[in-house]
Write a protein that binds this ligand. Sequence first.
Ligand code: SIN
Ligand code: CO
Length: 392
Amino acid sequence: MRYHTKMKKNLNRHSEPLTLLGGISAETFLKEYWHKKPLLIRGAMLEFEGFLTPNELAGLACEDDVQSRLISYVKKQWKLEQGPFSEKRFAKLPEQDWTLLVQSVNHHLQEANDLLQQFNFIPYARLDDLMVSYAPDGGGVGPHFDSYDVFLLQGCGQRLWRISQQEDLSLVEGAPLRILQNFQTEQEFTLSAGDMLYLPPQVAHWGIAIGDCMTYSIGFRAPSAQELAAEFLNYLQENRTLVGMYADPDLALQAHPAEIGDGMHKQVLSILHGLRWSDADVADFLGQYLSEPKSHIVFDAPKNISLQAFEKRMRSRGIQLNFKSQLLKVNRAFYLNGEKVDLDLYSENLMMKLADLRKLFAEDLTPSLKVSKHFVALMHDWYLSGFILLLK
Ligand code: SIN
Ligand code: CO
């Protein structure tokens, strides 16, 4: 019950004016701007300067499990290098016209997770990641468009954003990154620390650093119909067994042995018509697919710990999802990192809270509160797999 009251409060927050959205509510933002048109928000995060220095960002780009890119524009040619980088690489960079991009910073830093929490008026299933960029004067990734909704939040320094809702989205051929051939500026804004620009997919944009500049991009993925269909067909392949075999006891003589006859065509048509799916299959597919970690993600297992010792620590400290974990709910089922969660009915509220807040505090788990044995065992299991962590 306590939880439901809190949830209601959280939903009320969605009709309150938010500084983050320039004084409009999340409700109004969704109705008028989300996935529709750009919004410039001055002072979206007052006093925000970012939580990474350029050096710390470069440090992340040197790590093996971090995806990073270095983009430069040299002699009128775009150049793309993939990380991880060595420290030496950074020492050799020119004064200007390059940028370093680090993907999924939210997999590594608590501050990044706290930042993303402010955008929880958008479902987690739409979230892709937080990308952080650094560029010296003149640096950027060139004029392009994304298939993502993105909030471009300015960290330290300034960036000139040029945007255009042009229809011509043709790309420069042969470039190592997607650069628009004919970018036509329609509007431009200079963003300073704490300002934010929201862009829906397909809006052309070009960000140019004015002096040293860091940008925090909160990106929301929008899968293409083709990608969804391909993934769903994969799901069907793994979850369907069609019985029977092609059979032709009445095979008639054909004039042309090279011809695929009508009989064969019709029989295959009828076998394939046996491939059906329901709303429940689509829900199960979505739960698995949208909570599935990207292929490069690995979870490190902690030191083994007994169930009893774990329960004691969990109840006194609380738990949080590993930054790389994705816990989603569809209908009444939960999915963690690509797998359906085997949950007892009694623990549904607790699991919902863990999914929404990505945390359970000690007060949610104190020994005086009844937490099912099944839930404790499940958390122990997730802890040993590295999917959750104990709070400090
Ligand atoms: C950047 O931070 O430089 C790139 C962000 C973008 O244009 O999507
Ligand atoms: Co972009």
